[in-house]
Every structure is written in structure tokens, then in C-alpha cells.
Design a protein around this ligand. Structure first.
Ligand code: TXA
Ligand code: MG
Length: 355
């Protein structure tokens, strides 16, 4: 990837100086302290391979209620329960179809969440009052170590409701430092390798249905499940906050473009903008923009997407212009996140190109 940054002016009243003292290295001592905090009913920022989670013990009612208040999340939005291994699935779920077991066996640990009917003991506060529960086995070694020592955790993405998911410990601090309590901590497990949230698959019907796109695309899910996916059938969609139209939004206006529509922008309207475009897209407007970010693959695009949107906010960028990646798999999820992130910005006034 190439990054060409010409000017990085900071808007005077918009600096982000989060309290970094909450960040703890994820070495043996840090992991032990964080596990201790979870067992005591506290919260931690937890690195996973997708994005950072805000984790609390899945068995601790106070911890679960604090997750909602810390995020500012409505109580009817369900949480994902993170478990150490696929073998624990039946502790939380019942009526597990063979195709869901196939998905668990083949793609866990990894960036996949399965929605299944819940066991009767699973608290309605975890499931947002629904009869189903979302379950995931994360692959990140720090998350694995925490789950092995502290037991299952409920962990939504560690951002305030409606904001961009954090992919670094610093971004978790920027989102939540002022909302966490003394004793809570953020484990620093480095930058997230995937960079966008897990693929969510509804496994409550005869066929798997994708509720949220992610690292694994339709092909991999259908192949691993051993069944074709369910098509849209008018069935009511369960509450998935990531499916709200205006979600994952940066503060900086974001407009989506093709390489051609970008060229229609007058050069004067490119000053101060950040352009995010795949490296293989021909982008000859580069000279006028402030910062050019050119990921070399869709995987890299996903990895840097949220950090780029945050960096543009922090730098006081005037506008972000993004050319979405083409193709299947993770590119579908990137287009989905970009469309939601751009939804609040409306059409691009400089080109009249609908977003
Ligand atoms: O990659 C991820 O999935 C990250 C990491 C931390 O694991 N977690 C994450 O959690 O993105 P969250 O809460 O930000 O998004 C999970 C989504 C929510 O939109 C929630 O509504 C949906 O999963 N979800 C959870 N349980 C569900 C259920 N029983 N039925 C339908 N949707 C569910
Ligand atoms: Mg989220």
C-alpha cells in the first residue's frame, strides 16, 4: 500500500487525546490482570482478529448491563458470546443443525458468528430478549488466552453505539476511556488482522442465511456449510445493529466514487480531501488531494478501512472520497461498510453523483 500525505492539519478544537493509561500490554501479566478483572465483573478492551471487543463475563449480570451503558447501546440489541472452542457450542445453543456444526468445525476459531436457538439458561439481557444467541470462537491468541482463563465473555465491538469499530488499542481508548470505570483496562494485542467485523450467519432455519457480511463471503459459507444459502424470503430480520443504514460513521463527510466519477470533481474541490482507492484503480486526480491511501488488495483495504476513517477524523480532513473495491468475498463486506459509513453524508455536492 502507498500512503501519500501532504498536509496533516489538525482542527484546533478537535484533537483526540484519549487516556492511554488504561492500555496494558497483552503479556502474561496483562492477560492475568485482565482475566482477574473479568472474573470480578469488570470490563476489558479485548483484541480479536476482526476488531476490538468490549468484553465482560457472560455469566455476570452487572458486567452485561455495564457493556450496554458503556457503549450507549439500546438494551434490545443482542451481544455476541465468545467461547474458547466449538465443543462449548451446545452449552449455549440447542437444535444445532448439521450445517451449523459444519461451519463451526471448519471455520472456528475465526471471523464467524453463528446465530442459533439459545439454551433456556441464557440470559435475555445477552440476547436482547430474542430466543436466539450469537456465538463466536475468536482466533486471536490473546482472546484465546483470556477465554481459557476467564471463561466465556460477551463482547460487542468496543465503540460507542453507531460509531466505527476500533481496530487498535489506542482507538478503543479514544472511544471508551471516559466511560470505563477504575480497574477496567484495554489489552493491547496489536492491530487487528482482518479489520472489519465477523460474518454473521443465521442458523435457525433449514438453510444458512448471512445477516452481516464479513471476512468469509457467500461462497465460503455455503461450501463449509455443505448447503446453498437461503435467499431473501421476506422473513423479518433479527435486530442486528450492524444492519442499521447509518452505522459505522466517521464524523468527516464520506462520499463514494468510481474512478470515473472522481475525475468529474473540480480540482479545487479536491483540496483537503483524503482519497481511499484500490492501488489498481487509475486515479489521476491524486495531485490535488491532501492524502492518498492505496491498499494493494481487498484484504489490506479491510485492514486499514476503519483506521483510515479515524485518522481522517483526527486530522480534521475536509472530506473522504472512497473508491470501493470490486469483487466477491471480503470486498462485499467492505462495500457494505462503506455504504453505511457514507449514508449520513448524503449525495456528493461537488459532482452530483448519487452515493
Ligand atoms: O467481529 C465481531 O463480530 C466483533 C468482535 C468483537 O467479536 N463483535 C461485534 O459485535 O461486531 P457487535 O455487538 O458490535 O455486533 C454484533 C452484531 C450486532 O449487530 C448484534 O445485533 C448481532 O451481532 N447479533 C448478536 N446476537 C444476535 C442474535 N441472537 N440474532 C441476531 N443478531 C445478533
Ligand atoms: Mg458493533
Amino acid at each position: 500500500m502507498t500512503v501519500d500525505r501532504k498536509v496533516t492539519e489538525r482542527r484546533e478544537n478537535e484533537p483526540v487525546f484519549p487516556d492511554l493509561s488504561l492500555i496494558v500490554a497483552a503479556d502474561a501479566d496483562g492477560i492475568e490482570a485482565a482475566a482477574h478483572r473479568l472474573r470480578a465483573g469488570g470490563l476489558i478492551g479485548l483484541p480479536t482478529e476482526t476488531v476490538y471487543g468490549l468484553a465482560g463475563s457472560a455469566h455476570h449480570a452487572d458486567a452485561i448491563s455495564r457493556i450496554f451503558s458503556t457503549k450507549g447501546r439500546p438494551a434490545d440489541h443482542p451481544l455476541i458470546v465468545h467461547i474458547a472452542a466449538a465443543g462449548q457450542l451446545s452449552d449455549w445453543c440447542r437444535d444445532i443443525p448439521q450445517y451449523a456444526q459444519n461451519l463451526a468445525d471448519q471455520l472456528w476459531p475465526g471471523p464467524l458468528t453463528l446465530v442459533l436457538p439459545k439454551q433456556p439458561h441464557v440470559s435475555a439481557s445477552l440476547t436482547g430478549g430474542q430466543d436466539t444467541v450469537g456465538i463466536r470462537v475468536p482466533a486471536h491468541p490473546v482472546a484465546q488466552a483470556i477465554l481459557a482463563t476467564a471463561g466465556p465473555v460477551a463482547a460487542p465491538s468496543a465503540n460507542r453505539f453507531g460509531r466505527i469499530s476500533p481496530t487498535t488499542a489506542h482507538a478503543v481508548a479514544a472511544e471508551l476511556a471516559t466511560y470505563l470505570e477504575p480497574g477496567d483496562m484495554i489489552l493491547d494485542g496489536g492491530d487487528c488482522a482482518v479489520g472489519i467485523e465477523s460474518t454473521i450467519v443465521d442458523c435457525t432455519d433449514e438453510r444458512p442465511r448471512i445477516l452481516r457480511s464479513g471476512f468469509y463471503g457467500d461462497d465460503v459459507i455455503a461450501q463449509s456449510a455443505g448447503l446453498p444459502l437461503a435467499t431473501a424470503d421476506g422473513k423479518p430480520t433479527p435486530r442486528v445493529s450492524g444492519s442499521l443504514t447509518a452505522h459505522y460513521a466517521p464524523r468527516t463527510p464520506l462520499h463514494l466514487h468510481s474512478a470515473e466519477s472522481l475525475k468529474q470533481r473540480p480540482a479545487s474541490r479536491l483540496l483537503g480531501t483524503w482519497i481511499l482507492a484500490p492501488a489498481d484503480v487509475d486515479c489521476d486526480v491524486a495531485d490535488a488531494a491532501e492524502t492518498m491511501i492505496r491498499p494493494a488488495s481487498s484484504e489490506e483495504y479491510a485492514r486499514i478501512l476503519y483506521t483510515t476513517l479515524r485518522a481522517a477524523d483526527d486530522a480534521g480532513a475536509r472530506e473522504i472520497l472512497a473508491v470501493p473495491p470490486q469483487g466477491n468475498g471480503i470486498a462485499v463486506a467492505i462495500r457494505d461498510r462503506l455504504q453505511r459509513a457514507a449514508a449520513g453524508s448524503g449525495p456528493d455536492p461537488a459532482t452530483d453523483v448519487p452515493t
